[in-house]
Design a protein around this ligand. Structure first.
Ligand SMILES: [Zn+2]
Ligand SMILES: [Zn+2]
Length: 127
C-alpha cells in the first residue's frame, strides 16, 4: 500500500482521457497509478444528491434503476477547479462532481479492490 493512498494526499490527475469509442475514462495519477472506469461503472458512482440521496433519503441509484444507453454515455467531461471532474451524460445529467479523492478511492483495479476489502475487514474506514 503506498503512502499516496494511506496518507490521504490525493493529487490532481496527471492525465485524463475519455475514449468515446471504447467507452472508458482513463486517469493517470502523479504517482504513476492508472485508473480506468467504464462509462457505465462511472455513471453508477455519480455522487450527486439526486443519485445518492440526501438527508437520509435514498437516491435514484439506490433504487437500482435500469440505466438507458443515454444515461451511460458520456458526452462531455469538465474539470471543476482543482479538485473534481464533472461529467455530462447524454441524458443531460451533469450534477455529479466526482472529486479526485473519490475517483482514486473507487479505482476498480485489483490493487485498489484488495485495499478496500482489507480496509473493510479491519473494521475502520481509515483516519
Ligand atoms: Zn447524479
Ligand atoms: Zn487502482
Amino acid at each position: 500500500m503506498s503512502d499516496y493512498v494511506t496518507g490521504g494526499e490525493y493529487m490532481a490527475p496527471a492525465r485524463i482521457h475519455a475514449d468515446r469509442t471504447a467507452r472508458t475514462l482513463d486517469i493517470e495519477w502523479p504517482d504513476g497509478h492508472r485508473t480506468r472506469y467504464g462509462f457505465e461503472e462511472l455513471r453508477w458512482l455519480c455522487p450527486c444528491a439526486f443519485c445518492r440521496g440526501e438527508a437520509g433519503q435514498p437516491g435514484w441509484l439506490d433504487s437500482a434503476p435500469t440505466l438507458t444507453e443515454a444515461q451511460v454515455t458520456l458526452s462531455d467531461i469538465a474539470l471543476v477547479g482543482q479538485y473534481a471532474l464533472a461529467p455530462t451524460w447524454a441524458d443531460g445529467h451533469h450534477t455529479g462532481y466526482y472529486t479526485f479523492a473519490l475517483l482514486r478511492d473507487a479505482c476498480p483495479c485489483p490493487v485498489d479492490t484488495a485495499r478496500r476489502a482489507a480496509t473493510a475487514h479491519a473494521g475502520h474506514p481509515g483516519p
